[in-house]
Design a protein around this ligand. Structure first.
Ligand code: NAP
Length: 255
């Protein structure tokens, strides 16, 4: 008998966790992706793609597929799916555990201004033209059309389509990780004087924050959204170790 686990993913950690758990013969893993990225990285585990249709749709999926454990390993800013996951698990009485990577902490030399939303970040750039690096998802950058006086360097995994309705923008296509030395060179090359970032946490995208600190560049940091209160772990290893609290290994069941 195997235990069925659904991992809500879209992050590097979700992929790593799925790979790690899939190596266990007593677990059957399905990874779920929203389908936002046109060419997602190969996941190497059974994967389903697309929304469930809200918390009710997810609850129905968990029932239909007889899922024993739901793991929310989505990005810290993917607040809707995390809320849906907690609600769906509660609704059908399935256990849920979340992988929550800690946010970055302010350190000496950082020049952060914290704001709550992308729209607030656009306002916080001020009225005088600046050279802005937007390290945000392509869905979010349209908020900066409200501040067309700035020059924007926009980096995304998939092309920003349609282009931003601002007169001065440069587009870069790239997928992380982004080492600090490369980010340092990028900020200097484009003469960036302010970076707009989410507080994603983790190593893969911290390079721009460290590079901004080293160069004395301002950062507008978008605060994390509130997430549901469910059992959680901070790392792939810690979460993998928690799985047996929710689904006991077959040989310990005494059957
Ligand atoms: P969101 O606003 O929390 O979710 C919007 C809707 O997308 C959800 O209600 C759900 O649709 C669907 N969805 C989201 N994640 C899903 C998943 N793993 N599997 C199936 N459906 C999913 O999410 P988002 O911020 O758009 O992020 C979408 C995906 O990109 C997530 O998987 C996330 O981990 C990843 N990601 C997000 C960010 C970010 O900054 N937000 C950064 C990197 C990666 P239904 O209601 O129809 O089920």
């Amino acid at each position: 008998m195997t235990h069925r686990i659904l991992i809500l993913g879209g992050t590097t950690e979700a992929r790593q966790l799925a790979g790690k758990l899939a190596a266990r013969a007593d677990l059957s893993i399905t990874l779920s992706l929203a389908g936002r990225t046109e060419n997602p990285v190969a996941q190497n585990v059974p994967t389903r793609v697309g929304g469930f249709g809200g918390a009710d749709g997810l609850a129905a999926y968990l029932n239909d597929m007889r899922i024993d454990l739901l793991i929310d390993a989505t990005h810290p800013y993917a607040a809707q799916i995390s809320a849906n996951a907690a609600e769906a698990a509660l609704k059908i009485g399935a256990p849920i555990v979340a992988l929550r990577r800690p946010g970055w902490e302010l350190v000496g030399g950082d020049r952060w201004t914290s704001v709550d939303t992308v729209a607030d970040a656009a306002k916080a750039l001020g009225s005088a033209p600046r050279r802005v690096f937007l390290a945000l998802g392509r869905q979010e950058v349209s908020a900066f059309e409200a501040a067309p006086q700035h020059h924007y360097l926009i980096r995304s995994v998939d092309p920003v389509e349609p282009r931003l309705a601002v007169p001065d923008a440069t587009y870069l296509l790239a997928r992380g990780p982004f080492p600090e030395a490369d980010e340092h060179a990028l900020l200097r090359h484009h003469r960036i004087d302010i970076v707009v970032s989410k507080n994603s946490g983790g190593e893969a995208t911290y390079g721009k924050i460290a590079a901004a600190r080293a160069l004395g560049i301002d950062v507008i940091m978008i605060r994390r959204p509130a997430l549901p209160d469910v059992p959680s772990a901070e790392t792939v290893e810690a979460l993998a170790a928690m799985v047996d609290h929710f689904v006991r290994p077959v040989d310990e069941r005494g059957v």
